[in-house]
Design a binder for this molecule. Structure first.
Ligand SMILES: CC(=O)SCCNC(=O)CCNC(=O)[C@H](O)C(C)(C)COP(=O)(O)OP(=O)(O)OC[C@H]1O[C@@H](n2cnc3c(N)ncnc32)[C@H](O)[C@@H]1OP(=O)(O)O
Ligand SMILES: N[C@@H](CCO)C(=O)O
Length: 490
């Protein structure tokens, strides 16, 4: 299938009427959220996917703004034929609270003073960012998101969604992230912040009035951070020890190596597109992020209800795989349906923005919903509760089945009898089916996903589930054999 773009898109703006209470106890009013959407929200409002961006991202995740040379930052994953298929999903991405790409942040006007906030902006947290996203999601009338996905700080928001609004998330994909920022991550952020505040042009955060911006400080902050987004191997592959614009080293303090030039370029481009104060506030939010309770991630993640796919990158040394493993094991301890994939990449942390093939494979496979209806058998051999054990045995033998749903005359499910129950009947010398059948029968619905019922079957150690409608009328039957057959084909 041809993979296409969502085409020309526009950023939209949503004004929040109510004052927002922040985690710190402070409040913010007149909050605006910049967001983009791709695809259509369906009638049931159950096809929405929320994308959460990383530190320097924005609402423009896919498609093209008129006149731009580059598409949105996750173009590789979003659009017709891609894992986040805009023909199937209604995709929402908003700029985070504290950002500088249209959502209220330190460069916005403080309604109390009529001037830009600067450092009067309150400290915000990942939880505050998610609370603002929730207001936006609510405004569409969406009760439950089909999925929430994001990398790095975007992954932190995904984790926060799982904890803050467990009933609102069906599936979640946190990528290259953590459930609590590590000392090393905090350390790199602090170097960046110190670089900004040490720049005289930062002017205590009130540079908006001076006409100057702390270019040097912000640029160095980005250079340091950018090193952490790459891997040693990717730097070797990109630059080796190659010289920049010279044949030989010149034995002076000027720039020699390509990697230096590259970092200068990354710093200089960043200054053109990002606000230094936003950088301070957002990195602070990242540092404060910790979902553990009394140092227990198991306790912290106990509210999680969604199905989760945790993704890491093997060459990411900023958010290494161990952090994803911590999330995985804590979710497993809480009996959450969770799986894990590791991207094989030399890119380092930024692989979540670049590894097109692996990401599309992992995300599309995880989001695919094979439902029971696609797989169930409808030619079910049943028996009524009035029958004798002997009749059940004969039916099983003749039809080579090991499970017989027990139904009333109008096909209402009232129990199940298995070949195991038949052996019991010999041991207990029972003749009536009623005496040996399981009356508290586990069942499923035609619209349940294969993932959901596989989990249920594993949990209760059963190999067959009758499929019923809302009135418990038998529709079909599904067995682990049918499921393993399906899996061998995908
Ligand atoms: C959710 C989010 O995270 S959104 C934010 C994502 N975007 C960013 O982080 C923007 C910063 N950029 C990046 O992080 C990376 O460029 C990525 C991850 C987006 C893309 O990575 P890659 O495709 O591998 O690009 P790469 O890292 O090689 O950078 C290419 C840039 O470096 C420049 N460059 C390469 N070599 C040199 C050099 N020797 N000297 C100067 N500049 C150089 C290229 O000209 C190019 O410039 P441009 O981006 O202005 O066109
Ligand atoms: N390149 C990403 C890395 C942070 O995760 C960004 O700038 O947002």
């Amino acid at each position: 299938m041809k993979k296409e773009s969502v085409g020309i898109v526009e950023t939209k703006y949503f004004d929040i009427a109510d004052t927002i209470k922040l985690e710190s106890g402070k409040t913010l009013s007149n909050v605006t959220v910049a967001y983009e959407t791709y695809g259509e929200l369906n009638k049931e409002k159950n096809n929405a996917v929320l994308i959460c961006h990383a530190l320097s991202g924005d609402a423009h995740a896919a498609g093209w703004h008129k006149g731009d040379k580059k598409p949105g930052w996750w173009e590789i994953l979003i659009g017709p034929g891609k894992a986040l298929d805009s023909r199937k999903y209604f995709i929402i991405c908003s700029n985070v609270l504290g950002g500088c790409k249209g959502t209220t942040g330190p460069a916005s006007i403080n309604p109390e003073t009529g001037k830009q906030y600067g450092t009067d902006f309150p400290v915000i947290t990942i939880k505050d960012m998610v609370n603002v996203q929730k207001i936006l999601v609510d405004s569409f009338g969406i009760d439950k998101l089909a999925a929430v996905i994001g990398g790095s700080m975007g992954g932190m928001q995904v984790m926060q969604w799982l904890v803050s609004y467990p009933e609102m998330v069906k599936k979640a994909i946190p990528i290259a992230t953590t459930a609590r920022s590590s000392p090393q991550q905090i350390a790199f952020n602090e170097v960046g912040r110190q670089s900004i505040v040490a720049d005289p042009d930062w002017a205590g955060g009130n540079y908006y009035e001076t006409g100057k911006v702390p270019k040097n400080g912000l640029s160095v902050a980005r250079m340091v951070a950018h090193i952490t987004y790459l891997s040693d191997e990717s730097m070797y592959l990109k630059f080796g020890r190659d010289l920049q614009d010279k044949e030989e080293v010149t034995y002076d303090l000027s720039m020699d190596f390509q990697v230096e030039s590259y970092l200068h370029h990354q710093g200089a481009s960043f200054v053109k597109r990002f606000d230094a104060n936003s950088y301070l506030y957002i990195t602070k939010a990242i540092d404060l992020f910790d979902l553990s309770i009394n140092n227990s991630l198991i306790d912290g993640l106990s509210p999680v209800k969604a199905k989760v796919e945790v993704v890491s990158v093997d060459s990411d040394w900023l958010y290494p795989t161990e952090h994803s493993m911590d999330i995985l094991t804590a979710l497993q301890a809480n009996d959450v349906e969770v799986s894990f994939s590791e991207l094989k990449s030399s890119y380092g942390h930024d692989a979540f923005l670049l590894e097109k093939g692996q990401l599309n494979y992992i995300v599309s496979r995880f989001l695919a919903d094979n439902v029971v209806e696609d797989l169930m058998r409808t030619d079910v051999i049943t028996i009524t509760e009035k029958a004798q054990v002997e009749e059940a045995a004969r039916l099983m033998l003749d039809n080579q089945v090991t499970h017989l749903p027990v139904v009333t005359d109008d096909k209402k499910l009232i129990g199940i009898v298995t070949s195991w129950d038949l052996s019991k009947s010999i041991a207990t010398d029972s003749k009536d089916l009623m005496d040996i059948m399981t009356k508290t029968v586990k069942f499923c619905k035609a619209e349940d996903t294969i993932e959901e019922i596989s989990h249920k079957m594993k949990k209760f150690d059963i190999s067959c589930l009758p499929v019923v409608d809302d009135d418990l009328i038998l529709q079909g039957i599904i067995t682990t054999d049918q499921i393993s057959h399906l899996i061998s084909y995908i």
